[in-house]
Design a binder for this molecule. Structure first.
Ligand SMILES: Cc1ncc(COP(=O)(O)O)c(C=O)c1O
Length: 411
């Protein structure tokens, strides 16, 4: 039976847009279940990149010639598309960076600069290293205190621990919206309320959320929201930092140089207006434009539909994984599009390697969440992660491949 149709997502036709899905790996059809690491790209994005280099490649915001004007217009339009995608007020709220990691570093450097010794920053035990190491290292350098919200047995943020950790001493709270290991969808609106009641800034790592569900930064009310283009059908090399305008205006730039200035004198410099004040040097022009095209694609599919389809896929995968004896699954029932698991007696890397021989690409390791691994009491997990082009048949192939792994290792 074909299980490839949701009400309004035509998965068969979506798959035709992704040239890479036609290829074989080890002579088997590719089953790409590593979408949390990076997504595949539709022909529309690939062609937009090709078209740019063949037709209007030029630097932006400087050259007064036709190509320069076309490139600038498209690059600025991409900022507006991104703003609309997350319901931000304007393109001025949207800073293009290299990735989520750079977006979070930008915020961490700028916000911690104003703090004094003993001020507190709150993150959680489930954070990705990119929402962990910057805060940890800046806390060390600047004498700040870093606190961690605990996770409960299910893999959700512990409610008591949220209230205990966010206090009047808290200056910044930085939490992931969706865990890249557990799939947990965190209650960002509620945490933001608690942060704001305590006069703390709220930063959200949206790397695993923005690609998969409708995002409304006004409703979330977070002060900053970071995500990566490459996880949402866009090219690598472009990330987003959304920030409230008054905060971005008051912050010191993260990188200095060309493009981010209005006027430079021997004595001092006046910075450019938002968002260009934070985009120093020649920016990631086609990457930004490419992300705009990826957003067109996602809008056409419908983010509600993408989210529903993700749920169908992850629920089906969990159901099938649970049928296999000796498989431990991490994280709560209600989750984003990731399923982390271990097969008893077999290292996650071995699971991944045998799956690869069957054409199935998953990720194995600590997933850039070493502190979380220590809380879970494991060195590594295997992780299958899904996106709009995946099918139930692919999940069946993945499950059959796990049975093969067990056979190979005799467990
Ligand atoms: C939750 C989360 N945060 C941040 C990142 C970092 O994203 P990037 O490597 O694109 O900077 C990832 C990447 O996997 C992630 O899953």
């Amino acid at each position: 039976m074909l299980h490839t149709q949701t009400k309004s997502l035509d998965v068969e036709s979506i798959r035709k847009d992704f040239p890479i899905l036609q290829r074989k790996v080890h002579n088997k059809p590719l089953v790409y279940l590593d979408n949390a690491a990076t997504s595949q790209k539709p022909g529309q994005v690939i062609e937009a990149i090709d078209f740019y280099y063949k037709n209007y490649n030029a630097n932006v915001h400087r050259s007064i010639h036709q190509l320069g004007e076309e490139a600038t217009a498209k690059f600025e339009e991409a900022h507006q598309k991104i703003a609309d995608f997350i319901n931000a007020d304007s393109y001025q709220n949207i800073v293009l960076t290299k990735n989520t990691t750079e977006s979070l570093n930008l915020v961490a450097y700028s916000l911690t600069a104003g703090l004094k010794k003993g001020d507190e920053i709150v993150i959680s035990q489930m954070e990705h290293h990119s929402n962990f190491v910057p805060w940890q290292q800046l806390a060390k350098q600047r004498g700040l205190k870093l606190k961690f919200i605990k996770i409960d047995e299910e893999g959700k943020l512990d409610e008591e621990s949220i209230k205990e950790n966010i206090t009047k001493n808290t200056k910044i709270v930085s939490i992931t919206q969706v865990s890249n290991v557990l799939g947990t969808i965190n209650p960002i609106e509620e945490i933001t309320k608690i942060a704001h009641e305590n006069n703390a800034f709220m930063v959200v790592d949206g790397a695993q959320a923005a690609p998969h569900m409708p995002i409304d930064v006004k409703k979330l009310d977070a002060d900053f929201y970071a995500f990566s283009g490459h996880k949402m059908l866009g090219p690598t090399g472009v990330g987003v930092l959304y920030g409230k305008k008054e905060l971005l205006e008051s912050m010191q730039p993260f990188l200095y140089g060309g493009e981010m200035i209005r006027e430079v004198r021997f004595e001092d410099t006046k910075f450019n207006e938002l968002p260009w004040k934070f985009e120093a040097g020649t920016p990631n022009i086609i990457e930004g434009i490419g992300l705009g095209v990826a957003i067109d694609y996602l809008n056409e599919a419908g983010m509600k539909q993408v989210h529903e389809r993700d749920k169908e896929l992850v629920e089906y995968a969990m159901e099938r994984l649970k049928e296999i004896k000796g498989v431990a699954i991490y994280g709560p029932k209600e989750r984003g599009a990731v399923a982390s698991f271990n097969v008893h007696g077999i290292h996650a890397h071995d699971v991944s390697q045998v799956l690869d021989s069957e054409g199935v690409a998953i990720r194995a390791g600590h997933h850039c969440c070493m502190p979380l691994m220590s809380v879970l009491g494991v060195a590594a997990t295997a992780r299958a992660s899904f996106y709009l082009y995946n099918t139930e048949q692919e999940i069946d192939t993945f499950i059959n491949a796990i049975h093969k792994v067990k056979k190979v290792f005799g467990v």
